[in-house]
Design a protein around this ligand. Structure first.
Ligand code: ZN
Length: 170
């Protein structure tokens, strides 16, 4: 909408995420917009220049410095729009998201469709070889031989650590 209104818009995304396309932000519905991949918050700040609207996609993957950076931009009149996952696969708050939520003037919480039951999905299920990933796994594993599914609260399955599974079986 900002681009249609003729405003100077810059959209950034973390370079970590190249699942789809190196330079476009692609929604799961297929809509795409040009985005600048950056490796750090410092690089993002250096490339904002005179943008009137700054979008940051997959913001959960940025380091904590993205919060003061977004606040500094907003304080000097830039409209900042960030998007990201609010929870990791363990259903814990994801990276800088809690702080961004508390500072935001407006928050839209979106829901996906649960892969299991078709209901409104608010969680992300990480699967390794089709089974829930262990709770102790790394939070960010991009491009690994894993799958992610949107799940509702009822269908989300907590991953069991192999060590815990062994001791429970003993
Ligand atoms: Zn479900």
């Amino acid at each position: 909408r900002a681009e249609i209104a003729g405003q100077r818009v810059a959209i950034f995304k973390p370079r970590i995420d190249d699942r789809f396309d190196a330079t476009d932000v692609v929604s799961h519905a297929g809509a795409r917009m040009r985005a600048i991949p950056v490796s750090s918050v410092a690089e993002l700040e250096a490339r904002v220049k005179d943008s009137e609207v700054v979008g940051i996609d997959e913001v959960q993957f940025f380091e904590p410095a993205v919060v003061p950076a977004a606040l500094a931009l907003a304080d000097r009149g830039v409209r900042v729009v960030v998007a990201g996952l609010d929870q990791d696969f363990r259903r814990l708050p994801f990276g800088p998201i809690p702080e961004l939520l508390s500072h935001a003037e407006f928050v839209d919480k979106l829901q996906a469709v649960c892969h299991r039951c078709g209901g409104p999905a608010t969680t992300t299920q990480r699967l390794v070889d089709g089974a829930p990933a262990p709770y102790s796994g790394e939070t960010v594993v991009v491009g690994a031989a894993e799958q992610y599914e949107a799940r509702c609260r009822e269908c989300h399955e907590p991953g069991v650590d192999a060590a815990r599974a062994v001791s429970a079986a003993a």
